[in-house]
Design a protein around this ligand. Structure first.
Ligand SMILES: Nc1ncnc2c1ncn2[C@@H]1O[C@H](COP(=O)(O)OP(=O)(O)OP(=O)(O)O)[C@@H](O)[C@H]1O
Ligand SMILES: [Mg+2]
Length: 230
């Protein structure tokens, strides 16, 4: 990972309700548990990530090493991105391709994660965002990004809709993470309050959710390391 400034991961998608905030929350929990000081920059006017942190603290979760900061303007985002220290990990939650925050959120990112449902319409919109990311990188930098399938259910793999969506991504030569996130009540519950490392009891559902989130984080770290000149 880069040493001079905070590592910045942007979680972005053109579509609403595909799991950006939930993925941001899961990653915050993972990196914080690994000892990073995590700052979530919540650029969404709905302030769902901020609401999660408030709900969590009200419910008695410490959210150690996690700060969620509401961002009200593009200037504020640019200032915040510039303020971070090398030991920080920044997670930026941003929705839509038309929002002004997308520019700095993507242009400065070490990695852009694009969660999507595995459906053709959703995937087509992702391809639009990927084009946008490529244009924001310009001639001088290729901004690392990957699409992540979210809300995948067990039987979905066998459906035509799933296979068509994957085929579209392949045809466009889009980077897609091997790890996907399943549809899990545990994830939905964490998106309301808590982290997978503070929630009790640690039953099989929590362990399975942790395993999948670990795999996601490990794959993202591999991408970050691969993208950094040594
Ligand atoms: N893998 C999953 N398993 C179970 N529930 C999920 C999963 N992913 C997302 N959800 C649930 O789906 C809903 C939408 O997710 P989330 O709010 O993270 O999406 P979003 O992309 O941030 O939406 P918005 O565009 O409105 O900000 C939430 O209730 C969340 O808990
Ligand atoms: Mg959201």
């Amino acid at each position: 990972m880069p040493e001079q400034r905070a590592v910045q991961i942007t979680v972005a998608s053109p579509k609403g309700g595909v799991g950006k905030t939930m993925t941001t929350i899961l990653l915050a929990g993972e990196f914080a548990a690994a000892g990073h000081r995590v700052t979530v920059l919540d650029t969404d006017p709905q302030l769902s990530a901020l609401e999660w942190s408030k709900n969590s603290r009200r419910a008695g979760y410490a959210l150690s090493n996690i700060d969620v900061i509401p961002i009200n303007s593009t200037d504020e985002l640019i200032d915040r991105l510039a303020q971070s220290d090398a030991e920080d990990l920044l997670l930026v939650d941003v929705q839509g391709t038309a929002v002004a925050a997308l520019g700095p959120a993507v242009a400065n990112a070490d990695f852009v994660l694009i969660p999507t449902k595995a459906h053709v319409f959703d995937v087509k919109q992702c391809l639009g965002l990927i084009r946008h990311i490529r244009s924001l990188g310009g001639r001088h930098r290729e901004i690392p990004y990957s699409v992540m399938l979210n809300m995948v259910s067990g039987i979905e793999h066998n459906t035509m809709a799933f296979r068509t969506a994957i085929q579209l991504l392949r045809q466009a030569d889009a980077s897609v993470l091997e790890t996907f996130l399943s549809q899990r009540p545990t994830f939905a519950s964490i998106a309301t309050a808590g982290t997978l490392y503070e929630v009790q009891p640690v039953n099989k559902a929590v362990q399975d959710a942790r395993d999948q989130t670990n795999a996601l984080t490990a794959e993202i770290i591999r991408k970050l390391n691969g993208a950094t000149p040594q």
